[in-house]
Write a protein that binds this ligand. Sequence first.
Ligand code: ADP
Ligand code: ZN
Length: 752
Amino acid sequence: MRPVVSATPALLASVAVGRPVRGEFTYLVPEALAGTLAPGQRVLVPFGRGMALGFYLGPANAPVEGGVRLKPIQRVLDDSPSLPKDLIALLRFAAEHYRHPLGEVIRGALPPGLSTAVDEKAAKADVQHFAEALVTEPPPQLARAPAQAAALQYLLAVGGRAQLEEVAHAIPGARETLKKLAARGLVKLVEVVLEPGVREGLIQGRPDRLTQEQDVAVQELRGAIDAGGFQPYLLHGVTGSGKTEVYLRAVEHALAQGKGSLVLVPEIALTPQLVGRFRSRFGGDVAVLHSGLKDRERLFHWQALRKGTVKIAVGVRSAVFAPVENLGLIVVDEEHDPSFKQDEKLRYQARDLAVVRGKQASAVVVLGSATPALESLQNARAGRYKLLELKNRVDDRPMPTISLVDLRVERPREGQVTEEAPILSPQMLQAMEETVAKGQQVILFLNRRGHSTILLCEVCGLSLKCHDCDVCMTHHRSQNRVVCHYCGVAFPVPDRCRECTGPLLKLGIGTERVETEVAERMPHARVARLDRDSATSAERLTELLASFARREIDVLVGTQMVAKGHDFPGVTLVCVVMADTSLAIPDFRASERTFHLLTQVAGRAGRGKDPGRVLVQTYNPDAEPVKRMLAHDFDGFAKQELEWRKALAYPPFTRMAAVRLEGEHPEQTAGVARFLGNLVGRHMPPASAGVRLLGPALAPIARIRGKTRWQLLLKAPTHAALAPLLARLEAALADVPSGVKVVIDVDPGAMM
Ligand code: ADP
Ligand code: ZN
């Protein structure tokens, strides 16, 4: 076959189309645009029967075969490219690696305003106009100006100050009227320019001196930034060792060299302190990118970074796509955190993409954590990352002492089993009392929300399950309801078993229950709870954390939200109510995750001048993660766990992909699962390639929202060995009936 169009390759353009279609498309470059296109520019292209948003990627070199008539690019939508070069390369990698349509990947990375087929407009800063009354009542001179009198009356009635918009809404024509009032000196008009996305953090100063370990790390990073070029580091620093200060100094250095920095954090709302530290150090040079931004703010930040007027981006996982100019440094804080994996649409792992981006941008990459992911640790061991260690806390503060309360021996129930058995052992209560009496603070950690997590029939033993999901309903006493944590359905608490009408026992404790017990047993203490139920908005969350920081709360009970990188110097006691909750989860990372959570929450104790201690209640004192965290033994834990992973061929020693199915009809879903299983079987490479298929099997949670769930797991020594199979699977998805949804999840996070 011969090419239909014999244009020179330079006049052909490769374009990603912002639609859910795979691959890159070839378009003709019209004469008028020849030589003017730059990769990363948004263009308007004919697609199907209409027009679509496209992204110009570069000249197309492969002549198109077959009877396809090439169409020309219609129009260019941006003056300068919306995407910098290194970002295009990253997005291409992400589309290929995570099996997602490139156009969708690019569109998903762009802010609103650039992700639709419209011309680029500069985002407006948010300017608000206020009118302030300068008098307390209308003076007699207004008697003959009733409109002005009315506007002033309104302003006074609402407290002397209001937005112009609001006054104009209440009193037609008030904008003009207020100007006249201002001319008479009765009203002042004020303009407030709000910087998009600005959020106040807690201001902290710059320490005069680095610790010796910090200094070594900073020197190394400076050297690497000066040298230029890609260099990944794993910064393994114990909790409270001052990792953030290392990041700040590295960012400072990059900035001094005119280079931009990108800092990724797990959840901004949970760590306002970190944002505060960046803001107080770099002021307006920081764009803070979080999920609560308004469209306009998102566009504003994008454009500012793109133009290089703002050089530092601090943000959550999606900020890995922020268009930082002349990128010199990428930091991933708390790199072990599971929230870096996105579990919808483009199922990317931002930590991994950060490293890829560093390579493409020739930047220094720092992955920091007190509990590095085994994947990262293995990369350091294999010499792919350089290891930087901070083994001591700042100011030689001691690590907290950790002790166990063996719940098999120390039953907190004082001999009697009641519906509401106590859950705090005498040791724990005593430690809490002592701490609060000294004016210090306590964190109580339990990784389950709600009051009781199981309602069990005393007669037939059935537990109350959701109608639509294969999980138990959780009792939320404050709402007087039982709630399914998977689909959100809620109904009044039944007092009898659905099957046999037997009485229901409330078993399994949640944070709400812990909070109630603390309040009952320590009536003098100020108790609060931090979990998804209490922190219903970003504002509420910030307020709770700020109030704990101001020491208005003595005991903070919470889920893993309390285990994040908080730095509360008043906390000297951390109690783990039950260390066992995350051990039994059917996931090969359950043990690692337990170790991380326990170590992280323990690390909240003793960060100020007073030493900290940690009490851990458990039924499994011999479980590996419990034993190792007790001994502050990350290395021992990692060594053991890595051996186990190697023996059973799990990451980091293999690459995985999960194929997840979800369907209305159990039979049909099972059928599709078998079909995909057979397909993989037929195309399996020779045994020497080491590719293995597990399943198809029902997922650990076999039903959610009434849908049956199946999964296939693929393992291989390298991603390259998996890629051809994944491509086959993806191609086969077109034949899957619409009642069954199939997604391919490369490098999966949670296995549920
Ligand atoms: P990590 O992130 O390693 O847990 P942080 O970066 O939060 O630790 O630092 C712990 C505390 O020590 C913070 O309050 C921080 O301001 C303080 N800090 C960090 N470096 C220094 C230093 N060189 N001198 C004095 N205080 C420091
Ligand atoms: Zn449900």
